[in-house]
Design a protein around this ligand. Structure first.
Ligand code: ADP
Length: 273
């Protein structure tokens, strides 16, 4: 008789116990997942912080060297151009002097890139039509487009977008992205330029530049924005570091990924006017 009295109570207690255990297990799992997520977030933030510290140190050093190089380089360029005038009737010597001039211009452009990366000039923001910025950037890349016989697809929705930006800086960022896309696409290659909403309702515009080149290997995706990371024989690895810096200075961002159907895709978010 006692067993029949106790059994239902016992069963109820056991059921309750199982229920509570199940709920505890569930809460434990949820907490575990949350801890993992927070740990990953912290890892990401720490990596970003370490990257910033590394870049700040590197930038300072590079800017110091660039400043030291700039003045003597200007001198060499000036003397080479004076010599060029004196050597007008001596074609062989003139050729050598012109090569010195070419070398100097090349170095000046690298020094300019280093200063743009390290200089940290605050953007002087004005409203600017994205279509105009893109036009000017494409004009700067026209020689490369022609030399490679490349095809450039520009989405017309661009014309409606107005940005609040430093036009010179954004043009520079666009030129770097377009020129990289052309480098990757190669002869007869194709690039696509699109723009539109970010989809985040954040009053920013998204600009997407894609190409049908070989794309970027997964393990290199996070390294392409590092200064001096390059896979090109004549690259400086500063182009994307400058784009990253300019995007961030505008309160925007830039990211690299894969294009559907092959090739690389770069997306840049920038504030609208
Ligand atoms: P650089 O052009 O001097 O190499 P960047 O900083 O502009 O410097 O680019 C760094 C590297 O990122 C390139 O050397 C290349 O490996 C990779 N990269 C950039 N853009 C593309 C692209 N569109 N497709 C494939 N790889 C790219």
């Amino acid at each position: 008789m006692t067993t029949t009295m106790v059994e239902p109570e016992l069963i109820a207690i056991i059921n309750k116990y199982n229920d509570v255990t199940e709920r505890l297990k569930h809460s434990h799992e949820l907490l575990g997942r949350e801890v993992t997520r927070l740990r990953e977030e912290l890892d990401e933030k720490n990596k970003e912080l370490a990257r910033r510290e590394r870049l700040a140190g590197l930038g300072e050093m590079a800017a110091g060297v660039a400043h030291e190089i700039r003045n003597p380089l200007g001198g060499i360029g000036l003397y080479a151009s004076l010599l060029e005038r004196d050597l007008e009737n001596m074609p062989d010597q003139l050729d050598i002097t012109r090569r010195i001039g070419d070398g100097v211009r090349n170095l000046e452009s690298i020094v300019g890139d280093i200063l743009a990366f390290a200089g940290g000039a605050e953007p002087n923001r004005q409203p600017a039509r994205l279509a105009d910025l893109m036009d000017r950037a494409l004009t700067q890349c026209a020689r490369q487009v022609e030399a490679q016989n490349a095809e450039v697809d520009v989405d017309l929705r661009l014309t409606q977008i107005e940005l609040s930006c430093d036009a010179g800086q954004i043009e520079r960022a666009l030129v770097n992205l377009i020129s990289n896309a052309l480098d990757a696409a190669g002869k007869g290659g194709r690039i696509w330029i699109r723009s539109g909403e970010t989809g985040l309702n954040d009053n920013r515009a998204a600009i997407v530049i894609e190409d049908n080149g070989p794309g970027i290997e997964q393990d290199k995706l996070h390294r392409v924005f590092d200064p001096f990371f390059t896979t090109k024989d004549n690259g400086t690895g500063l182009g994307l570091a400058i784009v990253h810096r300019i995007a961030e200075a505008h309160g925007g961002l830039v990211a690299a990924g894969h294009r559907k159907g092959g090739g690389a895709a770069f997306v840049m978010f920038l504030p609208r006017a």
